[in-house]
Design a protein around this ligand. Structure first.
Ligand SMILES: Nc1ncnc2c1ncn2[C@@H]1O[C@H](COP(=O)(O)OP(=O)(O)OP(=O)(O)O)[C@@H](O)[C@H]1O
Ligand SMILES: O=C(CO)[C@H](O)[C@H](O)CO
Length: 416
C-alpha cells in the first residue's frame, strides 16, 4: 500500500496524519507545542515520526510539512538557527516599515509589520545577523531536517517575503534592500525535493526512496482539507487566530487591510489573518466552559457588546494596525453574556473580512467551511451564519495535516 504523510505545525500543536491512496486516514498523531524555539519544533518532529506505527512508516512514499505563515528563522551554513524564530504575529518589523515603503510597490503584502520581509529587514539590523546564511520559513526548516537541503521554500510560504507568485521570481525591487542573505529557492507547494536523509530513514525505518516535498502554510492546508474547491467557496480557520480564505478568479492585494492572495492552481486564494480568535477565548474560559456556556446562549439573539477581542495591541486583518488596542469592555454581569459578546464580535470581524474581500473584487461568497477548535461550536456557527448570510458548514476534514498529506499525495502522483 502507498501512503502519504502530512505534518502540521500550528500555534498550539503539531500533528501528523498518514493517508492512503483513497484518502483514508491510516493514523493520526499529535503533540502540544509549548515552546517557541526551533529546538522544541525538532523534538516534536522526531516524536511525531516515532509515534507513527513502523509498518505504516515503511510504506510512506511522500512527506510534506506545513507551518504557520510568516514564521521565520535565520540559520547558519549548516542549518543551525542563529537566534530564536520570529512567530507569525510578531510585529517588531513595525520599525522598518518606512524603509520598506520606499522600495516596495504601494499596498504590497510585505508592507505589514508582521510580513516575513519586514522581519528579515529587522533581523538584518541585529548583531546575530552576522552569523546568518539562510532565511527559512518554519515549514522549510522542518523539511530541511528531513531532506538535508538548505535554502528551499514554496510559493505559499514565500508570499509574505515578497516573492512574485505570478511571475514566479523574486521582484527586482527586493534586490535594492541588498540584505546579505540567501533567500530560499521557491518551488510549487508539494513538489518533491529529495529523498529522506539516509540516517533518518535508517533510524525511523522509512523506505530509502521516501520523498520529502515542498510544504505550504497551515491555513492553506486547512483549506485543502476542507473539501472546498469552487470559486466562491471559503474556509474560515477558527483556531488560535481567525483566518479567512476565499477561492476567487480575481487576485487581490491590499496592505491597508492585510489582504493578500495565494496562487492556487488556476485560481487565487484571497484572504487575511486576524490576531483575534480562540486564543482570546482561551484566556477567559476553559474548553469545558466554552462548551457549556455556549449551549446556554440563544444564537438568534443579537449581543450588542461591541468588542475587538485581542490578547495584546495590534491586528493584521481586516484592520492592519500593529498598535490597534484590544476592546474588551464593558464587561457584563454574567460569563454567559461576556462569551456571547465575544462570539458575536469575532463573527462581526469575520463578516467584515469577507465583505472587504468581495468589495475589492473577489468572487461572491457562496458557502463557508470551518476548521479549527471553533468549528465544533454550533452556537457560534449559528451566530456566524446570521452575519455571513450564506451556509456555514463543517469542513470535510478539519485537520490541516490531512490537507498537507493530500498535497503530498497529489504532487507525488503527478511526478511519477
Ligand atoms: N467549544 C469551543 N468553542 C469555541 N472555541 C473553542 C471551543 N473549543 C476550543 N475552542 C478554541 O479553539 C482553539 C483551539 O483550536 P485549534 O486547535 O484549531 O487551535 P490552534 O492553536 O490554532 O491550532 P493550531 O495549533 O493548528 O494553530 C482554542 O484557542 C480554543 O479557545
Ligand atoms: O498568518 C496566518 C495565515 O496567513 C495565520 O494567522 C498563521 O498561519 C497562524 O495560523
Amino acid at each position: 500500500m502507498d501512503l502519504y504523510l502530512g505534518i502540521d505545525y500550528g500555534t498550539s500543536g503539531a500533528r501528523a496524519v498518514v493517508i492512503d491512496e483513497q484518502g483514508n486516514v491510516q493514523t493520526e498523531v499529535r503533540y502540544p507545542l509549548q515552546k517557541k524555539t526551533a529546538q522544541h519544533w525538532s523534538h516534536r518532529l522526531w516524536s511525531l515520526l516515532a509515534d507513527i506505527p513502523e509498518p505504516l512508516r515503511q510504506q510512506i512514499k511522500a512527506i510534506a510539512i506545513n507551518g504557520t505563515s510568516s514564521t521565520v528563522l535565520l540559520c547558519d551554513g549548516a542549518g543551525k538557527p542563529v537566534d530564536v524564530p520570529l512567530l507569525y504575529n510578531d510585529a517588531r518589523g513595525a520599525v522598518v516599515l518606512e524603509q520598506l515603503k520606499e522600495i516596495a510597490p504601494p499596498n504590497h503584502t510585505v508592507l505589514s509589520a508582521t510580513s516575513s520581509l519586514a522581519k528579515l529587514l529587522w533581523m538584518s539590523q541585529q548583531p546575530f545577523f552576522a552569523e546568518a546564511r539562510y532565511l527559512l520559513h518554519q515549514a522549510d526548516w522542518l523539511a530541511f531536517l528531513l531532506h538535508g537541503q538548505l535554502g528551499i521554500s514554496d510559493y505559499h510560504n514565500a508570499l509574505k517575503l515578497g516573492y512574485d507568485v505570478e511571475a514566479l521570481e523574486y521582484p527586482k525591487w527586493l534586490n535594492q534592500l541588498a540584505i546579505p542573505i540567501q533567500l530560499p529557492q521557491v518551488l510549487a507547494p508539494g513538489t518533491p525535493i529529495a529523498e529522506i536523509r539516509p540516517d533518518i530513514a535508517m533510524q525511523f525505518r522509512f523506505h530509502r526512496d521516501c520523498l520529502v516535498c515542498a510544504g505550504t502554510t497551515d491555513s492553506i492546508a486547512a483549506f485543502i482539507a476542507s473539501g472546498a474547491e469552487l470559486p466562491g467557496e471559503a474556509v474560515t480557520s477558527l483556531g488560535s487566530t481567525l483566518v479567512l480564505k476565499l477561492l476567487s478568479h480575481t487576485r487581490i492585494e491590499d496592505a491597508r487591510y492585510g489582504i493578500y492572495s495565494h496562487r492556487f492552481g488556476d485560481l487565487w486564494l484571497t484572504g487575511g489573518a486576524s490576531n483575534t480568535g480562540g486564543a482570546v477565548l482561551r484566556e477567559f474560559f476553559t474548553n469545558a466552559e466554552l462548551e457549556n456556556l455556549s449551549r446556554e446562549i440563544d444564537p438568534a439573539k443579537i449581543s450588542n457588546l461591541d468588542y475587538y477581542p485581542l490578547l495584546q495591541p495590534g491586528d493584521r486583518f481586516p484592520i492592519n494596525d500593529p498598535k490597534l488596542p484590544p476592546r474588551l469592555t464593558p464587561r457584563p454581569e454574567t460569563p454567559r453574556e461576556f462569551l456571547h459578546g465575544l462570539l458575536e464580535s469575532i463573527a462581526r470581524i469575520e463578516a467584515r473580512g469577507y465583505e472587504l474581500l468581495q468589495s475589492l473584487g473577489a468572487n461572491q461568497v457562496q458557502r463557508v467551511y470551518t476548521a479549527g477548535g471553533g468549528a465544533t461550536n454550533s452556537t457560534w456557527t449559528a451566530i456566524r451564519q446570521r452575519h455571513l448570510k450564506v451556509p456555514v458548514v463543517a469542513s470535510v476534514y478539519t485537520e490541516a495535516a490531512y490537507g498537507t498529506a493530500l498535497l503530498a499525495k497529489t504532487k507525488y502522483r503527478n511526478s511519477q
